[in-house]
Design a binder for this molecule. Sequence first.
Ligand code: SAM
Length: 345
Amino acid sequence: MREIIKKAAKTNNLTEEEITLLLENSSFNGELFAAADFTRKQNVGDGVHLRALIEYGNICQNNCFYCGIRAAKKDVKRYRLDTETTLKAAALAKNLGYKTIVLQSGEENAAPLNEFLQIIKEIKNMGLALTLSIGEKTYQEYLAYREVGADRFLLRIETTDENLYQTLHPGMNLQNRLRCLKDIKKLGYETGTGIMVGLPGQTAKSIAKDILFFKELDADMLGIGPFIPCPGTPLENEKGGSLETALKVMAISRLIMPKINIPATTAMEAIEKNGRIKALQSGANVIMPNVTPQNERKNYALYPGKPGILQTPEEFLNSLKQTLSQIGRFVSQDAGMSLNYRPIE
Ligand code: SAM
């Protein structure tokens, strides 16, 4: 096991069998996390990039089995932020010193495109980098967002196991998700993907394939989090993923993709207090503070236990700065572009 970790750190390559072995054995977790932390320090440094997350809307036409804002979940109070409210949240983030806005939402194909393009333009006019995480769109739509300035796009593949994907996503298919990621790459977005760890039916072997997929895609950023069963969804009675396994998937990804950006995800904090800090010490270099207006935050409930619903953005930032300094890290002052990113020719 130790040899596999060393090999990963030295060559940035592992086979499917080696990754599976790492995932199936826990006795060397400490060494794996330490190696990923060292690789992170050597390649992307001690700065932590902060991305201000605006949960732009929870209206969704999809029915992903795990998700707390799936269309069929009728007890969700649906919302989409208007332009003024969105821009106010972005301005607040800018005042706090954040350099990147992430707009995330459910998938609402009927949402007015022009209004959304205007929001992108205005955020770019504020001198901020912009990441979109709004799901599967057509090539033309991805092109339109890019043309008005969107820089980055995050679309988790969730799982590359075709059968599992099909089971969890009625009416959707893995081929279209892959097409989206290809389009996003082709358009020169900094491209993010990722998975949920601990989905029912997911195996170590299938996660190993997911990790190799990240590398093959040459992703610039990766969002990895534990699956958390959400009441009122078809998976409500399933067992959730563990922080330990999610951290391992993240650490292995860091070892074989040393220059990418990896957030310490909110789901990690939701299942364990200080989960995000553990992630920062196991390969992560990004945090996504929530700047969604307080009154809507509770309505963007993908899973239970979402942290910081009542904390103001100012309170969060102050306590984060303190915690970061305690672990020898600091808030990065640049836009935090992925060092893995290569513009298209
Ligand atoms: N609709 C967009 C998309 O599909 O990319 C973005 C919003 S979606 C709600 C954001 C992410 O939330 C998904 O990629 C999924 O991995 C995560 N998520 C949803 N439900 C979850 C759950 N129960 N536990 C953990 N993560 C969850």
